[in-house]
Design a protein around this ligand. Structure first.
Ligand code: NDP
Length: 334
């Protein structure tokens, strides 16, 4: 059946936030395709999640060259769905990709050289059957390549029209400031930074978030649900179809400790008192600082996506709620 997006998709007030000092607004909840969109995953589920996301106003889809498995497969899956269903709405979508992690053998298949970044971008465009991506990221800083070269490659990607904006991911505050200065001088200012951030991982609060605020760069935070630990996914043990059960490379069963589950259950009580699920409260919490433009979630089911998007219904916190959360978290993740 031909897909027609829901006419109500832009009806939720306050669902879009301006990204730093730019003209771009992003949905507060974005969909990442790191897991569940590879060649090993069910194509119908992948398609249903993407369709539902767009129907709910999620215009921002986050990819990278290496998402799969195998590497490249998520871009191929997304490219197929775009071609078959979403192509007429390309101008309503913000599609991102990244280069920096291992993609192909030899000295040019990873890290941050001009050679590697620009070849990888061309490959990503071919896999997604796109003329351009909206944001092209340097996926990680490369200690072996001059920062000038990596930023020069991002700027060239933008100048060539193969990307509309440049972004950084996993850069420290100090490296971000140096990179942002170089990008500004090159006439292609840094739009966005993509760091890891959740209630269980708060390292960016001390330096990176203040630096982004000063530079007026938006933050797209990833793994805001701590890969599922900040949801009810593990309340009754480790389900066989959950990440820790299915693909323990990125969330090991050993990380699902009795302590982590007990903490999540205490947070769940606070969430319920707010009228939210734990996942919704965890997402709203990452968005409490306006420098965070969007939280990039993953989802293995349409129902998870719907639950997460529902976070937008209540983003604010009372002081007592924040204090209650701090009481449960203590020094965790700092
Ligand atoms: P999350 O922390 O959002 O974890 C997603 C997982 O949580 C899902 O796969 C699902 O687990 C579970 N989940 C999601 N919603 C719910 C819900 N409502 N109720 C119960 N369980 C739920 O993020 P990810 O770690 O998946 O990362 C998100 C995105 O961030 C990636 O797809 C990618 O785009 C980006 N990213 C970027 C990185 C970078 O270096 N720049 C690194 C990592 C991620 P299950 O699968 O078990 O059902």
């Amino acid at each position: 059946m031909t897909y027609t997006p829901a006419p109500t998709r832009y009806d939720v007030p306050g669902f879009y936030r301006r990204c730093g000092r730019s003209g771009i607004r992003l949905p507060v909840i974005s969909l990442g395709l790191w897991h569940n969109f590879g060649a090993v995953d069910t194509p119908d589920t992948a398609r249903a999640i993407i369709r539902r996301a767009f129907d709910l106003g999620v215009t921002h889809f986050d990819l990278a060259n290496n998402y799969g498995p195998p590497e490249g497969a998520a871009e191929e899956t997304f490219g197929r769905i775009l071609l078959e269903e979403l192509r007429p709405w390309r101008d309503e979508l913000v599609i991102t990709t990244k280069a920096g992690y291992y993609m192909w053998p030899g000295p040019y298949g990873e890290w941050g050289s001009r050679k590697s970044l620009l070849a990888s971008l061309d490959q990503s465009l071919r896999r997604m059957r796109l003329e351009y991506v909206d944001i092209f990221y340097s996926h990680r800083p490369d200690p072996g390549t001059p920062l000038e070269e990596t930023m020069g490659a991002l700027a060239q990607a933008v100048r060539s029209g193969k990307a509309l904006y440049a972004g950084l991911s996993n850069y420290s505050a100090a490296d971000t400031l140096r990179a942002a200065k170089l990008l500004r001088e090159l006439g292609t200012p840094c739009l966005i930074h993509q760091p890891r951030y959740s209630m269980l991982d708060r390292q960016i609060e001390a330096e990176l978030l203040p630096a982004l605020e000063r530079e007026q760069i938006g933050a797209a935070v990833y793994s805001p649900l701590a890969k599922g630990l900040l949801t009810d996914r593990y309340f009754q043990g480790i389900p066989a179809d959950a990440r820790a059960g299915r693909d323990p490379r990125f969330l090991t069963p050993a990380q699902v400790t009795p302590d982590a589950v007990a903490r999540a259950k205490r947070l769940n009580e606070i969430a319920r008192a707010r009228g939210q699920t734990l996942a919704q409260m965890a997402l709203a919490w990452t968005l409490r600082n306006p420098v965070v433009t969007t939280a990039i979630i993953g989802a293995s089911k349409v129902s998870q996506l719907e639950d997460c998007v529902g976070a937008a219904g209540k983003l604010g916190f009372a002081a007592e709620e924040l204090a209650g959360i701090e009481g449960v978290l203590g020094a965790v993740g700092r």
